[in-house]
Design a protein around this ligand. Structure first.
Ligand code: TXA
Ligand code: MG
Length: 355
C-alpha cells in the first residue's frame, strides 16, 4: 500500500486544543489572511489581521454583519496602543493600567494607517488587551493587532465556548482555538474617550463605579438618562455600535422578562394554553411542574453572566414556544446583564421582524 507522505490538511473549522503548535498555526493562518475563532475572557472572537483589509472583510462576510460596523482591535499589550491611536488621554492610560489585560475596550482617535474596514470609516478605533491566556499567547506570537468581533452571526447570541463558535460559523473559520468556557461570559465594557467626557457605550463586567474609582469621575453611561434601550440606540450623536442596537444578542424563541411574583403564574397560564414554556429564574424556586423547562441560576451577577449566553442557547434549543426570564435586580453589578437581556427581548422570536 502506498502511504501519502504528508498528513491530510485538517478540515476547515475544526476545534483545536490550544497547544503551542495550534497557536502558531492560528497565527500563520492570520498572517495568510484567513480568519480564526479565538477564546477571550469575555466571549469568543472571530479574529483577522487588523492591518489586512481583505482579511477583515472576511469577518463581515462570515458574520453577515453590515460593513460599516467597527471592530475592536485586540493587542498583545498596552505598548502597542501608539501604533493604533493618534492620541491617548491620560484617563484612558490610567484605565488601561488598571484593567488591562481585561474586559475593557477603549475608543480612541485612530492613528493613520488603521484600515477603514476596521473602523467602519470612523475616525476612532476600539482597542483592548484581553486577559485569556490563549488569546494573549496568540497575540504575542502574532505580534500585532487582531480585529475580532464576537464570533456569532450578526444579531445572534455571542459564543462562550469553542463548540458555540463551531455551531455559529462552521467552516467559515479556518479553525477554532479551544480555550474552554469564557470566564466572564458577556462582552467587554466599552468606554469612549473620543469626545470631551468619557462615556460607557456598552456596559460590561467593569462598571461605571470601577472606572470612577480609577479616574476620579463617573463616566457618562449611555442609557442612564432615562432613555429606553431603543432611544439610547437611536441617539443621533452615537457612533455605530452594533452592541447598541435595540435588537441584539437574540434567541429565535420569543423572550419575556417578568417580575418574580408573576413568573410561575404566567408560565402556568401559557402551559395551560398548550404552549411549551422554558423559564430562567434566579430567586423563584422550581415549582416542579412537568410542563415547564425550568433553569435555575445563582442570584449572583458574575455567575449569572458567566452562564447567560449558554443558558439562552440551551433554552432556545429546548423546543419551547416562549422563554420567560425573571426580572433582574436593579443594582449596578447587574447593569450589563440587564442591558443584554433587554436587547435579547427586543430581538427575539416574532419581534425580530419588526426591528
Ligand atoms: O468582549 C468583547 O468586546 C468581544 C471580545 C471578542 O473581545 N468583542 C466584541 O466585539 O464584543 P463586537 O464587534 O461583537 O462588539 C464590539 C462593539 C461593536 O458594537 C462595535 O460597533 C463597537 O464595539 N465598536 C468597535 N469599534 C468602535 C468605535 N471605533 N466606535 C464605537 N464603537 C465601536
Ligand atoms: Mg457582538
Amino acid at each position: 500500500m502506498i502511504k501519502p507522505n504528508a498528513e491530510p490538511a485538517p478540515a476547515r473549522g475544526r476545534i483545536e486544543p490550544p497547544t503551542l503548535t495550534a497557536i502558531r498555526h492560528a497565527a500563520d493562518l492570520l498572517r495568510a489572511g484567513d480568519i480564526v475563532g479565538m477564546p477571550t475572557e469575555t466571549v469568543y472572537g472571530l479574529g483577522a489581521d487588523a492591518l489586512n483589509p481583505e482579511a477583515v472583510k472576511k469577518i463581515f462576510a462570515a458574520k453577515g454583519r453590515p460593513a460599516d460596523h467597527p471592530l475592536i482591535v485586540h493587542l498583545p499589550d498596552a505598548s502597542h496602543m501608539v501604533r493604533w491611536a493618534a492620541s491617548i488621554p491620560k484617563d484612558a492610560i490610567a484605565l488601561a493600567r488598571a484593567f488591562w489585560p481585561g474586559p475593557l475596550t477603549l475608543i480612541l482617535k485612530r492613528a493613520d494607517g488603521v484600515p477603514d474596514e476596521v473602523t467602519g470609516g470612523q475616525d476612532t478605533v476600539g482597542l483592548r488587551v484581553p486577559s485569556h491566556s490563549i488569546a494573549l499567547a496568540l497575540l504575542q506570537v502574532f505580534d500585532s493587532g487582531i480585529a475580532a468581533p464576537s464570533a456569532n452571526r450578526f444579531g445572534r447570541i455571542s459564543p462562550t465556548t469553542a463548540e458555540h463558535v463551531h455551531e455559529e460559523l462552521g467552516d467559515k473559520v479556518a479553525m477554532v482555538l479551544d480555550g474552554g468556557a469564557c470566564a466572564v461570559g458577556i462582552e467587554s465594557t466599552i468606554v469612549d474617550f473620543s469626545r470631551d467626557t468619557p462615556e460607557i457605550l456598552r456596559p460590561g463586567a467593569i462598571t461605571a463605579d470601577d472606572i470612577a474609582g480609577v479616574i476620579g469621575r463617573r463616566p457618562r453611561v449611555r442609557g442612564e438618562m432615562g432613555e429606553s434601550v431603543q432611544e439610547a440606540a437611536a441617539l443621533s450623536h452615537a457612533p455605530r455600535v452594533s452592541g447598541a442596537l435595540a435588537a441584539h444578542y437574540a434567541p429565535a424563541t420569543p423572550l419575556r422578562l417578568l417580575p418574580a411574583e408573576k413568573l410561575i403564574e404566567e408560565a402556568a397560564m401559557l402551559a395551560g394554553e398548550g404552549s411549551r414554556v422554558a423559564v430562567l429564574a434566579h430567586t423563584v424556586a422550581d415549582p416542579h411542574d412537568a410542563r415547564l423547562i425550568w433553569q435555575s441560576v445563582q442570584c449572583d451577577a458574575a455567575a449569572y453572566g458567566h452562564d447567560l449566553y449558554a443558558n439562552l442557547r440551551k433554552l432556545d434549543a429546548s423546543g419551547a414556544d416562549f422563554i420567560l426570564l425573571e426580572a433582574l435586580p436593579a443594582s449596578e453589578d447587574w447593569r450589563a446583564i440587564a442591558d443584554r437581556l433587554g436587547r435579547a427581548v427586543v430581538g427575539s422570536g416574532a419581534e425580530q421582524d419588526e426591528t
